[in-house]
Write a protein that binds this ligand. Structure first.
Ligand code: GCU
Length: 686
C-alpha cells in the first residue's frame, strides 16, 4: 500500500517497523465485537481494513470474549465483566460520546478494550487506536480516557445544487451536480470517515444562502436523497442538517407571508418539519441565514430575530431538532460616506438585547470575529454577553480571505487564540472555549461549527497541506486544550509518516504560515484590501468606497478605523471592562489589532519600536522572504514525500511565493504614495 492524497490522514500504509508489527502480532490478530449497531459495524470495518493493510495481518472476527488475544469493541453495557475491570464511576464521568481504551490482562488473556459509553464512543476510540498504530506507539499498557469537550462539533457545507461551492477552493460539490444529488455513495462514505475520525458529529449539507432550487431540499422532491445522505452519515455518528430558506412558507407553502407570528406560517412549518422527520427520523435541524446579505427574514414583518428563530424551533422541538440562527446580520448597503455606522457593531446591537428570548433549541451561530473571517480580527464581543442564550462559535476552515488554498495558511493557531481569549464576562477566566462548551452559563446546546474547506478534488482540499486545517479543526474542537504543536505533529505523522525530519520541517512551515500570510497582506488588523467578489489577491481600495461597511480610511496622514468610545464608533464599548479598556487606548491596544481600533499617523510608533509605515514595509518584505523560504524548506524534503504530493504542494508554494510579491508591491507602493515616507532600508518600492 502506498501513500495516497485521497486518504488524507487515514493512510493505512504498511508499517515498515517490522519489530513493532511482530510485537503486536497476536493483539492485532483478532477483533472481538460485542455490539451490533451500525456505528460499531463502521468501527469494525475500519479497524479490520486498517490492520490488514498496515500490519499485513487479516484479523479473525468473533463475538466471543473467551479468546486469549484481541481487540474488543464494546459499549459499556455490552461487556459482562467490564465492571470487574473498570469502575462504573469511570464511565459515569464520560459524556455520551466518550470512551476508554484500556489494556486488559488476566491470566494468559491479553486484550485491548475499546469501550464507548455508547456506540459512537466505540467508533471514536477506534480512530484513536488507529492513530496510535499509525504512529507506531506501544499498545501494551494503555489507559486512555476521552470525552469531547464540545457537544456540537459541526461542519457547514456551502454547496449549491448546481455543483458549485460558495467559497470553495477544491473543486465542485461532492453532494450535488446539475441540480441533482451526485449519488456518489463511496465519496460520501469516505467523507463521513474523515469527519468522524476527528470527531465531527453534525453536517449541514447546503449553502447558507439558500437559492431557489435548494429551497426545495425540504420537499418530497429531494427528501429521499437527503435521507440517503443522512443514512451514510448516520453510520458514522453524524447528524444531517439543512440550511433553510426563511421565506419557505411563501416559496413552498403558497402563502403570501413569512411573518413568524402568523398562524398559517407557523402551521406551515409544523407540517413541513413533520414531513422531514418522516424521511429522516434523526434529522438535526436547520441552519438559517436571515435578514443578512439580502436573505429574507423576520425584519420584513417588523418582527425580531427571536420571533423568527422561535417559530422554527417550536416546529422542531417535538422531534429534538435544533435551529442554528446566524448572527451575521449587518447593513450591506451602507453609504461609505457615513462614518457613524460601524459594521463591527451590528451583530451585538441586533442580538444582545434579545438575550433570554430564544427557546432552548435555538443556538445563535456567531462568527469568530465581528467582521468576516479576516486574517486578523478581534474576537466577537457577543461571546460572553448573552448568558441566557445558547451560542455556537463559527470558524471558517475554507480559506476565503486567507489565500484560498493556494497559499499555505494553517489556521489552528488563530483558532486557538480565539478559544483562549478571555472575555472577562464573569471576571477572569471567562474564556471563549468555556462559553461555547456550555460550561460557563450552562447552555443546553452549544459548541463549535465551521465552513468546510473540501470539494471533489482528489485530495479534497486543493492544497494538500490544507488538509491540516480540516484535521486540526476537528481535533481542536474535540479538545480545545490540545496545543497547536500536538495537533500539528499528529497530523503530519498520520499524513506523511514518522520521519522526524519531515515532522520537524512541515510542522515549522505550518505553524509559521498564518503569520507569513499576515505579513504580506493587510497590516495590523485592518483587514480586507482584497479584490471584490472573489476575494483573492491584493486591492487596497477594493472595498474602500463600497456598500459593504469594510473600510481602512487610509489618507496622506495615517490609517485605521477609530472604534473607540471616546471619539470613534463606540465599538470598544461592546466588550467587558478589561478588554474595553485595553482596546480603547492606543497605548494598550495590541499592535496586531491597532488599526482595527484606531486611526493613527504613519509615524506612530508601535510597541515593537518601529513606526506604522516602517512596520508595513518591513513585514511586506519579510513576508515574501518567508514565502520563498517555504519553497526552499519543502524542496529539502524531496525523496521523503511521495511524488504526487511533493509536486502538488511544491506548485502551490511556488504560486504563493510569486503571488506574495504582488501583495508586497501593491501594499508598499500604495502606502509609499499615500504617505510620501521612504523606507529606512531603501528597498525597492514602485
Ligand atoms: C461572507 C462570504 C459570503 C457568505 C457570507 C456568510 O460574506 O463572502 O460568501 O455567504 O460570508 O457567511 O453568510
Amino acid at each position: 500500500t502506498e501513500y495516497d492524497d485521497y486518504s488524507c490522514w487515514l493512510q493505512y500504509t504498511s508499517i515498515s517497523n517490522r519489530e513493532w508489527v511482530e510485537h503486536h502480532q497476536s493483539l492485532l490478530s483478532q477483533i472481538i465485537v460485542l455490539n451490533g449497531s451500525m456505528v460499531v459495524k463502521s468501527a469494525k470495518q475500519e479497524l479490520f481494513e486498517a490492520i490488514k493493510s498496515m500490519a499485513g495481518i487479516t484479523p479473525t472476527l468473533s463475538n466471543e470474549l473467551t479468546s486469549q488475544y484481541g481487540i474488543v469493541l464494546a459499549t459499556y453495557k455490552d461487556h459482562p465483566s467490564l465492571t470487574d475491570h473498570l469502575s462504573s464511576e469511570e464511565f459515569q464521568n464520560l459524556n455520551e460520546e466518550g470512551y476508554i481504551i484500556t489494556s486488559f490482562h488476566s491470566g494468559s488473556q491479553r486484550q485491548l478494550l475499546i469501550v464507548g459509553k455508547t456506540d459512537i464512543g466505540v467508533l471514536y476510540a477506534t480512530f484513536h487506536l488507529l492513530r496510535l498504530i499509525k504512529m507506531e506507539e506501544n499498545l501494551d499498557d494503555l489507559y486512555i480516557v476521552e470525552s469531547p469537550k464540545n457537544q456540537i462539533r459541526m461542519i457547514n457545507e456551502w454547496d449549491n445544487m448546481d455543483g458549485s461551492i460558495e467559497r470553495g477552493y477544491a473543486g465542485d460539490s461532492i453532494y450535488y451536480e446539475n441540480n441533482r444529488f451526485t449519488g456518489d455513495v463511496d465519496r460520501l462514505k469516505d467523507y463521513a470517515r474523515l469527519l468522524s475520525s476527528v470527531g465531527i458529529n453534525g453536517v449541514s449539507i447546503n449553502n447558507v444562502n439558500v437559492h431557489e432550487i435548494e429551497t426545495n431540499l425540504i420537499t418530497s422532491r429531494f427528501l429521499p436523497d437527503v435521507a440517503r445522505v443522512a443514512e451514510i452519515f448516520r453510520a458514522y455518528g453524524i447528524k444531517t442538517f439543512l440550511s433553510a430558506n426563511y421565506a419557505s412558507s411563501i416559496q413552498l407553502g403558497g402563502l403570501d407571508t413569512a411573518d413568524p407570528l402568523d398562524k398559517n406560517v407557523q402551521e406551515c412549518w409544523i407540517e413541513k418539519v413533520k414531513e422531514i422527520y418522516s424521511y429522516i427520523p434523526d434529522f438535526g435541524g436547520f441552519v438559517v441565514k436571515a435578514d443578512s446579505e439580502h436573505r429574507p427574514g423576520p425584519f420584513t414583518y417588523n418582527r425580531n430575530h427571536a420571533d423568527g428563530a422561535n417559530m422554527l424551533a417550536r416546529a422542531l422541538k417535538p422531534f429534538g431538532g435544533i435551529v442554528f440562527w446566524r448572527c451575521f446580520v449587518y447593513n450591506c448597503l451602507q453609504d461609505w460616506r457615513d462614518r457613524s455606522t460601524d459594521r463591527a457593531k451590528a451583530a451585538y446591537d441586533h442580538f444582545k438585547p434579545l438575550d433570554g428570548e430564544f427557546l432552548d433549541n435555538v443556538v445563535l451561530q456567531i462568527k469568530n470575529g465581528p467582521m468576516d473571517f479576516q486574517v486578523r480580527e478581534p474576537v466577537s464581543p457577543l461571546f460572553g454577553s448573552m448568558p441566557n442564550t445558547n451560542q455556537v462559535l463559527e470558524f471558517q476552515v475554507s480559506q476565503e480571505y486567507t489565500g484560498q488554498q493556494k497559499h499555505l495558511c494553517y489556521l489552528v493557531p488563530q483558532w486557538k487564540g480565539v478559544l483562549d481569549f478571555d472575555t472577562y464576562a464573569v471576571g477572569e477566566g471567562a474564556t471563549v472555549k468555556r462559553i461555547v462548551n456550555g460550561e460557563l452559563y450552562n447552555y443546553q446546546n452549544s459548541g463549535i461549527t465551521a465552513v468546510s474547506n473540501i470539494g471533489n478534488d482528489r485530495n479534497w482540499t486543493g492544497h494538500s497541506l490544507a488538509q491540516a486545517n480540516f484535521y486540526g479543526y476537528g481535533r481542536l474542537i474535540w479538545n480545545p486544550d490540545l496545543t497547536a504543536e500536538e495537533i500539528t505533529e499528529e497530523w503530519i505523522r498520520l499524513t506523511f509518516g514518522n520521519d522526524s525530519e519531515v515532522v520537524a520541517s512541515v510542522s515549522s512551515m505550518l505553524l509559521k504560515s498564518w503569520e507569513i500570510y499576515e505579513n504580506y497582506t493587510a497590516p495590523l488588523g485592518v483587514g480586507w484590501m482584497v479584490n471584490t467578489d472573489h476575494h483573492y489577491g491584493p486591492n487596497v481600495d477594493g472595498y474602500e468606497y463600497s456598500v459593504w461597511g469594510t473600510y481602512h480610511f487610509a489618507d496622506c496622514h495615517g490609517i485605521g478605523v477609530n472604534r473607540t468610545l471616546k471619539d470613534g464608533t463606540g465599538y470598544t464599548g461592546q466588550y467587558f471592562k478589561e478588554n474595553k479598556d485595553q482596546y480603547e487606548s492606543v497605548e494598550t491596544c495590541p499592535d496586531e489589532l491597532l488599526l482595527f481600533f484606531h486611526y493613527v499617523p504613519y509615524t506612530h510608533r508601535l510597541k515593537s519600536g518601529v513606526t506604522v509605515i516602517q512596520h508595513i514595509y518591513n513585514t511586506h518584505f519579510e513576508g515574501v522572504e518567508q514565502a520563498d523560504k517555504l519553497v526552499e524548506d519543502w524542496k529539502q524534503l524531496e525523496g521523503k514525500i511521495d511524488y504526487t504530493r511533493f509536486g502538488g504542494i511544491l506548485n502551490r508554494l511556488q504560486e504563493q511565493a510569486k503571488h506574495s510579491r504582488e501583495w508586497r508591491d501593491q501594499i508598499n507602493t500604495y502606502f509609499y504614495r499615500k504617505s510620501g515616507i521612504n523606507d529606512d532600508l531603501n528597498r525597492k518600492i514602485y
